[in-house]
Design a protein around this ligand. Structure first.
Ligand SMILES: Cc1cc2nc3c(=O)[nH]c(=O)nc-3n(C[C@H](O)[C@H](O)[C@H](O)COP(=O)(O)O)c2cc1C
Length: 176
């Protein structure tokens, strides 16, 4: 994919649809050693915190990716065009614990510029993030009772904040 470096103050995206409709692959681990895992995510946000550009992701402790989010000090978020929807669906329903799901999709992990975790050759946008904070959701703080309904197994998400160190994207993600 023909991605180029995008200065973060010129990153152009819709902050709601990029999560809810486009989805991301959240990937953590090490490209060189092959020790990494990826999964589809659609809950999260991009913004500013502590004067840093920030990505916030929510990972249930039951995910295989959780173990890599814990051991790695970085992660990536990769967004794709519609033609890879089936791959993202598979990576969001199958666990890396049960086999090489990435190989099954045909997506090709690719090295990043500043972090050990890979992006993907086919991605239209890759955000490289340095993990700087985590916290477990506390159900006692749910002010809307419907939220508890998302957790029949009480597997409350762990929230990770990553400082976005670099963005690489195709033309549509660059504000001229
Ligand atoms: C569209 C979509 C969005 C998802 N968003 C999240 C999310 O934000 N957080 C999460 O923990 N799981 C989310 N999942 C579920 C994981 O992607 C799924 O459980 C995956 O199989 C976990 O893979 P792993 O066990 O290899 O980590 C989502 C799944 C789909 C299909």
């Amino acid at each position: 994919m023909n991605r180029s470096s995008i200065p973060l103050d010129r990153l152009r995206l819709d902050p709601l649809t990029i999560w809810d409709k486009t989805w991301f692959l959240l990937t953590a681990g090490n490209f060189e050693s092959g020790q990494f895992n990826t999964m589809t995510v659609s809950w999260g946000s991009l913004g500013t915190l502590w004067n840093k550009p920030m990505a916030q992701v929510f990972v249930r402790p039951t995910r295989h990716t959780y173990e890599f989010m814990e051991s790695a000090d970085n992660f990536t978020l990769s967004a794709f065009s519609e033609k890879h929807r089936d791959a993202l669906r598979l990576l969001g329903t199958r666990s890396g614990r049960d086999g090489d799901k990435v190989a099954e999709t045909g997506l090709r992990p690719s090295p990043c510029s500043q972090v050990s975790s890979p992006g993907f050759e086919e991605a239209e946008l890759v955000l490289e993030c340095r993990k700087i904070y985590w916290q477990d959701l506390d159900p006692q703080h749910f002010l809307d009772p419907s939220i508890e309904g998302e957790y029949p197994k009480k597997d409350y998400h762990r929230v990770y904040l990553g400082e976005i160190l670099a963005a690489f994207g195709v033309e549509k993600y660059l504000r001229r």
